[in-house]
Unconditional design. Sequence first.
Length: 423
Amino acid sequence: MSQTQQLVHSKGIFHGLPVYPAETNGLTAIITGANGISGHYMLRVLAESPQRWKKIYCLSRRPPNIPNGLPKNAEHIPLDFLQDPDRIASTLKEHNVTADHVFFFSYLQPPPKPGQGLWSDADEMVRVNTDLLRNFLQALEAAAITPSRFMLQTGAKKYGIHLGPTKLPQEESDPRVELEPNFYYPQEDLLAAYSARSGCGWNVAMPGPITGAVPDAAMNYAYPLAVYAGVCGRLGLPLEFPGDEASWQMNQSMSYARMNAYLEEWAVLLGPAGEMFNAFDGSAFTWEAAWPKVAGWFGLEFRGPRDGDEYGRVETRFNPRGYGGKGVVRSKFSMAEWAKRGEVQKAWKEMAGEFGLSVPDEGELDRIFGFLDGTLCRPAPLLYSPDKARKCGWHGFVDSCDALRETFEDLAKLKMAPPMSKA
């Protein structure tokens, strides 16, 4: 039996992170979508090691919103990936961009169809997000930039979790769920074809529900949850969980954006090419365990599901696992509708005045709180398998509750959410 040794270390709340060889240095990287939650944390993680990453090119329409400015080894180049690939290539050449590795996080969220969920316009999501990647890959070739490894981040919708109950646990080798269009699949195909043409290795990382603190990052349950807790405190109400017993106890594989970035750095530097990886905290998580902690951080009482509670009932459109019934989501109230209540808006604005917080326009509430609804009230578990990444040498771990608390602290520093009363 062969044996190998791997060095790991801890950094704050993160444990089991890889120790890289001393000769792994002087690298260049491209991060696309660097102003979004995942790209922002990828930049933070790479910037922690300036000897390893001598130059980081941040490509996005708007510059990353970094409180103290970009790291010294980073440069922002404004680019719109929906424009012609030759124009993108020309800009890359003008700035003498090189890349040993690429981290692709660019994403566009089309407005949902009237009265429907956040991801209801599947056809438009496929069109725009496939174009983003196709145009960028063609631009790399036109600019004669050939990285060693290309990391594409997709997500748990690869498994069809947004459609209904799926096979458990979710494993990277699970077949595609083609019950409706899903832009992850054409993106995977585009990347594989590019790799075959260019010789560039590829990886795909698939996070679950993402948490992190970045301005204007809607795909993030922590921000609306912190606002919910702050408003409940202002109104003298307990932190009430909107879902039923099933959602209360349901396992969820949570994904702190910083933890995802550590895995993605490992994947391109030490991991095998041509592989997909589940990207998550590696922590057992249920709202039954986390909700009392969240309430305590904000100095609140909490209220979980109780006998006699009345719930609305919504059935999923599909049953991806192929047996049994469709999934059912049961909730006492919608977080998106809660956020529009008059007393909530009044308390939120008062809270914003006290702490100097930004408040989104009312038209943004469905987008922001809709993601929280989907995270709190689920039709089926998200139970990621860690086996593949571990077999390949990844041992990173963070307690998802520690990650959520750190995110709340960062949201308060960004003046997006109130400070915790027991920080």
